[in-house]
Design a protein around this ligand. Structure first.
Ligand code: TRP
Length: 461
């Protein structure tokens, strides 16, 4: 199975292991499945015209995102440290260059930025649990639902209070250590989420304009797709899979040696994609049946889903349950956004997990105010990509994530030697290995670079 040098390079985990392969799959799925699938995917699909965008997104997920996820897991398990140390260690070992640690540092910062807005949106989700449970959506009146949304997001202190609560929840779990409790939570959460999505899908098929929704999501008109939309699809494929900031790498440091990396990554990617597509098939039929606009922006699901709950039997119950599950899904994702930073602070700076998580949490919380305010006091500030929030999201999701992903594939494909990657993936020189290696060395980096150049207008197709 292994050769002597490869075995010598193996390290043991500093913080114990995931209790099983299943726990790791659950933790990574918990990280991947979140607001990206349920909140972001529908609204950016709507803003970028539907079908063609969805197809580019799917190609990016399977040809670029999946190989990067495999790379992150293999690097993480081989290094067995926090991402900064791991990248430095392997960089030195494999290529004689310690500076690869900067990829980990960049990942930590990108994670901060993403979490800063992620937590604000997750806060809205928390608020919606109450509004749904109080039966405020009953009857499904679009104007009234729009008012609820406007009240939560339009009053800065309300939005800030929910954001604060969500950050406290996140810091709490990270301070205790991610292996504890996370597996258990995800085990209950995921099946409930799937069940609720099926209920909603049933509603959408029965009462929405289902055919129009399917048509919108899958009828591709590539002529309408801009270079910038392609970059957004690429960025989102990374966002939704949680790759590009070494978060999956941080989780993989605790992965038992015997687990198959490829099948694990494949399972997570397929599960995440199914969730996203299902959500799209739920949202767009409701949008069209109620005369709403698919390009309504970040409020899209907060304006459409309550219509569904408001019109179905026991809607207050299903609605509250849905937003509880969504908040949980956001929670298990948020944790992975600061785990790399916390693992680094604990290993390198000798802080306790509690101190590290709290300190980092305060910084991210403060950054979150930029997003909070961009939906109320500062909503008139519009530049480059739109609001302050739009710009923060664009920078993190569409520039920093692809850049991080690019460096990770170059590292896994070109710096780490074949012996080491084949040993870690443990599938010999099978077709699976060769496909991964080819995608990682050539397709993924070249595609990311071309998409960047295309988006900034260096060439047009
Ligand atoms: N993937 C999560 C979602 O779809 C968000 C997320 C969690 C993330 N960890 C990440 C995005 C790391 C990028 C990098 O909601």
């Amino acid at each position: 199975m292994t050769n002597a040098t490869a075995t010598a390079a193996r390290r043991t985990s500093l913080h114990g292991f995931w209790s099983s392969r299943m726990t790791f799959i659950l933790a990574v799925s918990g990280s991947a499945i979140g607001l990206g699938d349920i909140w972001k995917f529908p609204y950016i699909t709507g803003q970028n015209g539907g079908g063609a965008f969805v197809i580019v997104y799917l190609l990016c997920v399977f040809l670029i995102g999946l190989p990067i996820m495999i790379s992150e897991i293999l690097i993480g398990r081989r290094g067995r440290r926090n991402p900064v140390t791991t990248m430095g260690l392997l960089g030195e070992e494999e290529g004689g260059v310690r500076h690869w640690r900067l990829v980990g540092v960049m990942g930590i910062f990108t994670g901060f930025i993403i979490l800063s807005f992620y937590s604000v949106i997750a806060g809205w989700t928390l608020a919606y649990i109450l509004h749904a449970a109080r039966g405020e959506f009953t009857g499904g009146d679009a104007t009234r639902i729009g008012e609820v949304f406007a009240t939560i997001t339009g009053t800065w202190w309300r939005s800030a209070a929910w954001h604060t609560l969500f950050m406290i929840m996140t810091v709490f779990v990270v301070a205790r250590g991610v292996q504890r409790g996370l597996g258990q939570a995800v085990r209950i959460l995921m099946p409930t989420l799937f069940a609720l999505l099926i209920v909603l899908l049933g509603y959408s098929m029965a009462s929405g304009q289902f055919a129009a929704g399917v048509d919108y999501m899958f009828r591709a008109d590539f002529s309408a797709l801009s270079g910038n939309s392609v970059l957004i699809a690429l960025g989102h494929s990374f966002f939704t899979l949680s790759v590009g900031i070494c978060a999956v790498m941080a989780y993989a440091a605790y992965l038992p040696q015997s687990t198959s990396i490829m099948s694990t990554a494949g399972t997570v990617v397929v599960a995440d994609t199914i969730v996203s597509l299902t959500v799209g098939l739920i949202i767009f039929p409701i949008v069209f049946a109620n005369g709403l606009a698919p390009d309504a922006g970040p409020g899209l699901i907060f304006r459409t889903l309550p219509l569904a709950f408001g019109n179905m039997p026991a809607g207050a119950f299903f609605g509250a349950l849905f937003f509880i599950v969504l908040a949980f899904a956001a929670w298990t994702s948020a944790i992975s956004l600061i785990e790399p930073a916390v693992a680094w602070a604990v290993e390198r700076r000798g802080l306790t997990r509690v101190k590290a998580a709290t300190g980092i949490g305060v910084v991210v919380w403060a950054l979150g105010f930029a997003t909070v305010l961009s939906f109320n006091e500062l909503d008139h500030v519009q530049f480059l990509r739109g609001s302050i929030f739009d710009n923060i999201d664009y920078l993190a999701s569409n520039i920093l994530l692809p850049l991080g992903g690019l460096l990770i594939t170059i590292f896994a494909g070109w710096v780490i030697c074949r012996n080491a990657s084949a040993d870690e993936l443990d599938v010999g020189t099978s077709l699976a290995y060769r496909s991964w290696h080819f995608l990682t060395r050539f397709i993924a980096p070249v595609a990311v670079i071309l998409i960047f150049l295309h988006a900034i207008g260096v060439f047009t197709l």
